[in-house]
Ligand binder design. Sequence first.
Ligand SMILES: C[S@@+](CC[C@H](N)C(=O)[O-])C[C@H]1O[C@@H](n2cnc3c(N)ncnc32)[C@H](O)[C@@H]1O
Length: 214
Amino acid sequence: MTNPKAFVRAHTQPLPVPSLPDLHLYQAAEVTSLWQMTEAELAQNGLAPPFWAFPWAGGQALSLWLRQHPETVAGKRVFDLACGSGLVGIVAAKLDAAQVTANDIDPFAAAAVALNAALNGVSIAYNGEDRLSGEPPAVDVILAGDICYERTMTEAMLTFLRKARAQGVAVYVGDPHRSYFPAEGLARLATFDIHTDTQIEDRAVKPASVWSLI
Ligand SMILES: C[S@@+](CC[C@H](N)C(=O)[O-])C[C@H]1O[C@@H](n2cnc3c(N)ncnc32)[C@H](O)[C@@H]1O
């Protein structure tokens, strides 16, 4: 396989995050061709889309909310679950989190997070394991942007997050009203109109809410 950072650099370009334009991420201009190239690169078919190549609406909403409430992460140990590009973790690092770990199972997310963190002048740790069936990490806060787009994934994510919450970890989820989002046991904190990309969403502006696990 090509060096993953070289692959990300070759097939994306630094572009402003639509709803947080002072931040830039390596983003795909054309999702279908990147998806095909990713499958060719890994010699696998039927892969998940290159989630790491876009800032998703849920992650953008959570990022905007964190900027309004920096005390949520300042001085705290933060875990960005299902980080994709790393946007949410990057925002937490910029808001003076004591430590940020970004986590994702996509093999290209590690490269995307490292490149995106450098692009935005921060450094964050990365963990590429599937943590959902294990013990929650030893952190103060878990942030999760846009995790409710598949039924089984949503159930596994929420089970993990509820376990973490029961152990005293603060948990915040950003979600653009996806079908599988379970409002039960969550409190809505804010809603934003998020600018997104019609290659990956049905609308250019999508409402997305930030929730805390009760
Ligand atoms: C829609 S993207 C959201 C990315 C980012 N949080 C954002 O808001 O831009 C969902 C991410 O979940 C990741 N994911 C799926 N299953 C996972 C798991 N078991 N553990 C960690 N990440 C997972 C995918 O690889 C993908 O990057």
